[in-house]
Design a protein around this ligand. Structure first.
Ligand code: HEM
Length: 407
């Protein structure tokens, strides 16, 4: 009998994702889910299986790496969908998220120095400065929207600074960055403008390096002299913009809402602010804004978690389901800031395996600064109206669209 196909956009998921995922985890380690207009995909529901899948070399992110598969690549699809000129294939094809094996390892090796712990920690004073300025402006007004006037400009400005966008150009670049993720905007036009801007910046940083990501990437090759090409650097900038800005901008309001909904935990943190770095791990587990891992494709017929999978089948992992798996997090539905995880990386908010998030440390620092400034250094922040949500996205999550606050 064919497996039933579950839609994560059904009200069962959008109204009560935690309860619905609990039922799926009980039912099976893998369930078939449907996306509008696409073939069914296997959804992995349990924490340990997701960690295993994201590290399994038989599961690839680029469908072209499935033996026997011929046809357009994911970059070709993107170019066709966005009606971009052919040369843009170069800027989209080296997308870290969408390449496998040795080519992915090479890119990771060359880009990792730009995300070193030392570089990320060095960004903290600037993050604090931007956060303080945004809060001052909100305090002066008395009220405003936490996403539009705080978390989004904070994370957008931080990403611009990380990349190396000159301060004078940041408002324009941030507009392209926001349009890039806005289905109602001209996405192709914003990608073209962003790519043009970054190409000129690469040229300038080659001539005169500064202390930023692009300068590190143009200067530094590995020991064998291997270096990123211009197209690979442009492509990395697009991935960082795509992954690094909105995810963190949504984590911050999610975490604040979680603490308002758990006043005992907020009180605990206010009584012991030095516990914030530890608490961030639990907040990332329960307030994770990224519901699903990207799709993986089986390169051979195989059995996964006891379920037969055919070559070419697509699988994805529910990061939300994994983060609430009671076999790893006892009393998983409770937000417990003093929780000590069983092993170092138990939650999978940042994925696992070779594609593990390159910006995890930066996201933790930004989140920590935001919660410290908004909730610990003051106790006046309160919700000042109805929260509104975007339409549910794949994975059943409903991202917040407006978070009116008073300060
Ligand atoms: C709360 C904030 C964030 C969350 C929850 C998050 C989550 C994730 C997840 C789940 C993945 C893996 C996806 C998969 O395997 O399919 C990922 C990859 C990635 N993330 Fe993040 N991310 C966040 C912030 C950031 C930031 C701030 C940056 C950059 C500064 C960033 C850059 C990246 C990059 C470059 C990858 C691709 C890595 C690779 O494919 O090798 N992320 N992120």
């Amino acid at each position: 009998m064919a497996e039933p196909i579950v839609s994560l956009l059904d009200p069962e998921f959008t109204d009560d994702p935690i309860g619905a995922y609990a039922r799926l985890r009980e039912m099976s380690p893998l369930v078939r889910i449907g996306f509008p207009g696409g073939p069914p995909v296997w959804l992995i529901t349990r924490n340990e299986d997701i960690g295993t899948a994201l590290s399994d070399p038989r599961l690839v992110v680029d469908y072209q790496n499935v033996p026997g598969h011929q046809g357009p690549s994911l970059a070709d699809h993107a170019i066709a969908a966005l009606d971009l000129p052919d040369e843009f294939r170069d800027y989209l094809a080296a997308n870290l998220m969408l390449v496998d094996g040795q080519y992915h390892s090479r890119l990771r090796r060359l880009v990792t120095p730009a995300f070193s712990a030392r570089r990320m920690k060095a960004l903290r004073p600037r993050i604090e400065e931007i956060s303080a300025q945004l809060i001052d402006a909100l305090v002066e007004k008395g009220s405003g929207d936490l996403i539009e006037e705080y978390s989004s400009p904070l994370t957008g400005t931080v990403i611009c600074g990380l990349i190396g966008i000159d301060e004078a150009d940041q408002p324009q670049v941030r507009k392209w960055m926001n349009d890039y993720a806005n289905a109602n905007a001209d996405i192709a036009a914003s990608i073209r403008s962003l790519v043009d801007h970054v190409k000129k910046l690469i040229e300038r940083r080659r001539a005169e390096p500064a202390d930023d990501m692009i300068s590190v990437l143009v200067q530094k090759g590995d020991e064998e002299g291997d270096q990123l090409t211009e197209a690979e650097i442009v492509s990395l900038v697009l991935v960082v913009v795509n992954n690094g800005h909105h995810s963190t901008a949504h984590f911050i309001p999610n975490a604040i809402l979680t603490l308002f909904e758990n006043p005992d935990q907020l009180a605990l943190l206010r009584a012991k602010p030095e516990a914030l770095p530890h608490a961030m791990y639990e907040l990332m587990r329960v307030a994770n804004p990224v519901p699903l891992a990207g799709p993986r494709y089986a390169t051979e017929d195989m059995e996964f978690a006891g379920v037969p999978i055919c070559k070419g089948d697509a699988l994805t992992g529910s990061l939300h389901s994994a983060n609430y798996d009671p076999s790893v997090f006892p009393d998983a539905e409770r937000c417990d800031l003093e929780r000590v995880p069983k092993r170092k990386e138990s939650h999978v908010a940042f994925g696992a395996g070779p594609h593990y998030c390159l910006g995890a440390m930066l996201a933790y620092i930004e989140g920590e600064v935001a919660l410290d400034h908004l909730l610990l250094q003051r106790d006046t922040l309160e919700i000042a109206g109805s929260l509104t949500y975007h339409e549910p996205v794949a994975g059943g999550a409903r991202p917040l669209s407006a978070f009116p606050v008073r300060l």
